[in-house]
Design a protein. Structure first.
Length: 265
């Protein structure tokens, strides 16, 4: 019995068995030895030398861990390496997703997605987030905000959506965003019945109540195809006319030159 047999004989689908066998064969070829006969440090060293996509590298790490664990061998070093490598995988996948979306998605797709969210129950937060990104060209930091219905709850530090039930309008107040020191406090009025109806009965307090470390990923998951707020801005600015670029500049808090240099494709 070979070291991989203990893995392959487990309760796996035929597809998983084929995948594991292929990954195992490739890793053994790279190592020049069996996995159990190679130290974890040496496995990591050899894998780092492989010229392949981050997802392929992750597969090699995974099969090494699976085989070692199947034979009750220590994997702490491999586990740590795999955990640390996740950032590389996420960056690679985000870049591929952005590259693909840049060629496929158009501003109308973003508006169509917003309309779809408007008509879905339980997607109030997603709708609000997408509305703000599309109409105010925000970064993620601008979306870290609180919903309030009293002016007394507004300060000069945080971001807010202030619900005015008398006027049936909403004020979007931004004190905390990337370029706030340069462009100062931003206050915009949202006079939109759909937006007001979505937010008027929502729970007061933080719109997205997650740990700071998970905030950006949470926002990204709410966007169309998970492309994120930066990609939304690139899609919108790429087709903007000169006068529209000035509006984008004002909304985002950045210069027209910066938009042209970094976002217009």
């Amino acid at each position: 019995m070979t070291e991989i047999d203990k893995v392959i004989k487990a309760n796996l689908s035929d597809a998983s068995k084929a995948t594991y066998s292929a990954m195992y064969k490739r890793l053994v070829d790279i190592l020049g030895n069996e996995i159990l006969k190679t130290s974890n440090t040496e496995i990591i060293k050899k894998i780092k030398q492989v010229d392949a996509s981050p997802n392929s590298i992750d597969g090699l790490i995974k099969i090494a861990i699976i085989v070692k664990k199947a034979h009750k061998k220590a994997t702490k070093t491999l586990d740590k390496f795999k955990s640390n490598y996740q950032a590389t995988i996420e960056k690679f996948n985000d870049e591929k997703k952005e590259e693909l979306s840049k060629d496929i998605l158009k501003p109308q797709d973003l508006h169509d997605y917003l309309d779809m969210l408007k008509n879905m129950n339980g997607k109030e937060i997603d709708y609000i987030i997408n509305y703000l990104i599309i109409h105010f060209n925000t970064r993620n930091k601008d979306l870290d905000l609180k919903i309030v219905n009293r002016k007394a709850d507004i300060n000069d530090v945080d971001n807010f959506l202030y619900i005015n039930k008398k006027t049936k309008k909403v004020q979007y107040i931004r004190n905390k965003y990337k370029t706030a020191k340069t462009y100062g406090k931003k206050v915009d009025e949202i006079d939109n019945a759909d937006f007001y109806n979505k937010i008027k009965d929502m729970k007061l307090g933080r719109l997205i109540n997650v740990a700071p470390s998970g905030f950006s990923k949470t926002v990204q998951r709410m966007t169309l195809n998970g492309v994120g707020s930066g990609m939304y801005f690139k899609i919108i600015s790429s087709v903007a006319k000169p006068k529209e670029l000035k509006s984008l500049s004002k909304n985002r808090g950045t210069s027209v030159d910066t938009i042209v240099e970094n976002y217009v494709v």
